[in-house]
Design a protein around this ligand. Structure first.
Ligand code: CMP
Length: 147
C-alpha cells in the first residue's frame, strides 16, 4: 500500500442534485450540469419539474423542526426545479465539494455556490449529504429508477 494508504477507496455511487427555482430562473441549468459533466461525472437522470409540496416536505423531513422548514419548502415549490441523478466514482462526496458550503458566504470560490450564489435562502442547489441520504432522495425523486 502506498504512503497515502486507502484514504479514498473507489466507490461507484449515484447522488441527487436539485437545481432550485432560483437556479432555473437565472438560466444556470447549463452552467451547473456543465460543471458536473466536466468533472467526469455522468448524468444518469434529469427532469425539469414543478415539485409537489408533499414531495419537498418528505425530502426535507430531517429539517421539519427547524425554523426555516416552511420557507424552504415554499421556495422549492415556487417554480420549476431540475432533479439530477449523478453517477460516478465517489459522486456523493465529489458533488458535495463541488456545490460548496450551504451558506454561499462560506463557500469557497470555484464551487457552484462560491461562484454563483450569495444567500442561504437561494443557494441554487441541493445535494445529498451522504450515501444513505442519496439512496432515500433518489427513491423519492426518481421512483422510476435512473440510467
Ligand atoms: P439544502 O442543502 O437544500 O438543505 C436545506 C436548505 O434549507 C438549505 O440548503 C438552505 O437553502 C435552506 N436554509 C435556510 N436557512 C438555513 C439554515 N439556517 N441552515 C441550513 N439551511 C438553511
Amino acid at each position: 500500500m502506498g504512503e497515502l494508504g486507502n484514504l479514498n477507496p473507489i466507490l461507484m455511487e449515484t447522488t441527487l442534485v436539485l437545481i432550485k427555482p432560483g437556479g432555473v430562473q437565472r438560466n444556470l441549468i447549463g452552467e451547473i450540469t456543465r460543471r458536473i459533466e466536466a468533472r467526469d461525472l455522468r448524468i444518469s437522470g434529469l427532469k425539469l419539474i414543478r415539485a409537489e409540496l408533499a414531495t419537498v416536505e418528505e425530502h426535507y423531513a430531517e429539517h421539519r423542526e427547524r425554523p426555516f422548514f416552511a420557507s424552504v419548502c415554499d421556495y422549492l415549490t415556487s417554480g420549476p426545479i431540475v432533479a439530477l441523478a449523478v453517477s460516478g466514482t465517489n459522486s456523493v462526496k465529489a458533488i458535495r465539494a463541488m456545490m460548496g458550503a450551504t451558506n454561499p458566504l462560506e463557500a469557497t470560490p470555484g464551487t457552484v455556490r462560491g461562484d454563483l450564489a450569495l444567500t442561504i435562502d437561494d443557494n441554487l442547489v441541493h445535494s445529498s449529504s451522504d450515501p444513505e441520504a442519496a439512496a432515500r432522495e433518489l427513491a423519492l425523486w426518481f421512483p422510476e429508477g435512473t440510467f
